[in-house]
Design a protein around this ligand. Structure first.
Ligand code: VG1
Ligand code: CO
Length: 544
């Protein structure tokens, strides 16, 4: 048997997983032993049965292959019986979640920094998912972090890199490594969930779309499903080749980084549907001809129409949304007579609700939507559900949106991001808000009066665990609100997110300009938080 080699090490500071795994600059990960310390810490603390299987894959960004090869050697030295790795080291985040569940793996390592840019000077990340296919819950990430602060050795075996590009099995020590097709299982799952025949029929009768894969991981998935199985014309998928640096762009599907798509959809040559996904394939952007759909609205509209999709017919048990996500979904839940849960930001908080069958569909304002088919948000899934609904109902995105608002009212919504600001300033801003909390109710800020304000804390209804300090909520009389949070995925300084929401009932103006509808909330946010003073910024970097 191949000899296990134990390599002495000392802890690195700051190996604390954030909203979604450990994310750092590539240069940080390239320090000798950095990735190894973290991976060994995972292996040291996570639950594993006898002869466990590990799933391994990533979004194809720079440094992906290096860490995959090292993780295979370390898995062999740490008692894994089998590793399933995506061909070329590729697995989108939702596809990895599916593979973990389908092949009953004990967990998986997903190598991605998601929507963060890639390349030698940009970002890398490692995330561990548990046996249900979902992101490790906080108790597990905290145990991993604690282990990183005390680690003194990692284990490996000395064996050359395996061929990641050829499908099939090889032995690494006594462990089997199977290089699997990253797309096939996922595409099969999508075909089980949705009415592909109905979609094929509208495509054949002239329905068109553009899917921008942003040179990230969804290219091969989108090509196989949209052009391959559904019959969309060749060229429907653009930027479909995964690149190590995403072509120098941020693989973040929003109106800034997917501006070409947005411009196309607002212009005279717009296809029926425009969509995009992020670095690791778990986010989605939906734009109809002349009509952008906010992710919060998308969740509500998908939930309201989920009966159109065969796999969901008659089985919507509940809806969950992250706290900063608009309350549009709450109104749908109420109308359908199912509960709506409000969780902290990050997909890991949906896992228990999904496992317990308490919710069927979940979403976040950050362009994440998903269901109980896997335990991650799923970009292409959301696009396919939209296609399924449009095909079955025979209406446009714009018509569907207008009909939805006429029934439920409209939650005008925007998020303002102040990126890479000074950390001390951002912390001071948040501390200033916390200090004001006891006296904010009743305060008049311009046209608005504060009804209540708090620091959001969540008690998981399944296991009772409590997560405090999940963002500051300022709720105004009349139902509008402002939420403040610091990002847990950034790798430089701090990123302040300000979430703005204003509800208009069906009798109100349903087709107004979003920034005009949020002007009072924007002014109130500045007045209460002193954003310019604390960050030195007079305008956000990104508005989504
Ligand atoms: C952001 C989003 C959050 C999302 C997370 C991971 O986190 O706000 O909703 O779950 O990214 O998404 P934060 O802490 O930066 O606000 V992904 O697609 O980057 O894995
Ligand atoms: Co992502």
């Amino acid at each position: 048997m191949t000899q296990v080699r134990t390599v002495p090490t000392t802890p690195f500071e700051g190996q604390k997983p954030g909203t979604s795994g450990l994310r750092k600059k590539v240069r940080v990960f390239q320090q000798s032993g950095y990735a190894e310390n973290f991976i060994q810490s995972v292996f040291d603390v996570v639950e594993r049965p006898e002869a466990p299987t590990l799933v391994l894959g990533g979004d194809g960004r720079f440094y992906n292959r290096t860490v995959i090869q090292q993780a295979i050697r370390m898995a062999a030295a740490n008692g894994y019986a089998r590793v399933l790795v995506g061909q070329g080291g590729i697995l989108s985040t939702p596809a990895a979640s599916n593979v973990i569940r389908k092949y009953k793996a004990s967990g998986g390592l997903i190598l991605s920094a998601s929507h963060n840019p890639g390349g030698p000077d940009e970002d890398f990340g490692i995330k561990y998912n548990i046996a249900n296919g979902g992101p490790a819950p906080e108790a597990v990430t905290e145990a991993i972090y604690a282990r990183t602060t005390a680690i003194d050795a990692w284990r490996t075996i000395d064996t050359p890199d395996i061929d990641l590009d050829t499908l099939g099995s090889v032995l690494v020590g006594t462990m089997t490594v199977e290089v699997i097709d990253p797309v096939a299982d996922y595409a099969d799952l999508m075909e089980e969930l949705f009415d592909f025949a109905a979609i094929r029929a509208v495509v054949a009768s002239g329905f068109t779309m553009r899917f921008d894969a942003m040179s990230a991981v969804t290219g091969p998935y989108a090509s196989a499903i949209l052009e391959g199985r559904l019959g969309f014309a060749e060229g429907t998928v653009v930027n479909g080749q995964p690149l190590e640096d995403f072509g120098g762009h941020h693989p973040d599907p929003n109106l800034i980084h997917a501006k070409d798509l947005y411009d196309l959809m607002m212009g005279p040559d717009a296809p029926d549907l425009g969509a995009a996904s992020d670095g690791d394939g778990d986010r989605n952007l939906i734009i109809g001809r002349g009509r952008f759909i906010t992710p919060s609205d998308s969740l509500a509209m998908l939930a309201a129409n989920i009966e159109c999709a065969p796999a969901y017919r008659g089985r919507l048990t509940g809806i969950a949304r992250s706290m900063p996500t608009s309350a549009a979904a709450d109104r749908v839940a109420q109308a359908l007579g199912v509960p709506c849960f409000e969780t902290p930001t990050g997909w890991k908080f949906f896992g228990n609700l999904l496992d317990a069958g308490m919710v069927t569909i979940c979403g976040e304002e950050s362009a994440g939507t998903g269901s109980d088919h896997v335990r991650e948000k799923d970009g292409l899934w959301a696009v396919l559900l939209w296609l399924n609904i449009l095909a079955v109902r025979g209406i446009s995105v714009d018509q569907l949106a207008k009909e939805h608002w006429a029934r439920f009212g409209r939650n005008y919504y925007a998020r303002h991001d102040y990126e890479a600001v000074n950390k001390e300033g951002a912390d001071a801003l948040m501390a200033g808000l916390v200090a004001q909390l006891p006296t904010l109710a009743g305060t008049v800020l311009g046209d608005l009066t504060v009804a209540a304000a708090d620091s959001f804390a969540y008690t998981d209804p399944v296991d009772g665990s409590v997560s405090a300090n999940q963002g500051i909520r300022v709720l105004f009389e009349g139902g509008s609100r402002v939420v403040f949070r610091l990002s847990g995925t950034g790798t430089a300084g701090a990123t302040l997110r300000v979430y703005l929401e204003n509800f208009v009932p069906p009798s109100g103006d349903l087709d107004a300009d979003t920034s005009a509808m949020l002007a009072a909330q924007i002014a109130a946010a500045e007045a209460v938080a002193g954003i310019a003073g604390h960050t030195g910024r007079t305008a956000p970097d990104v508005i989504t």
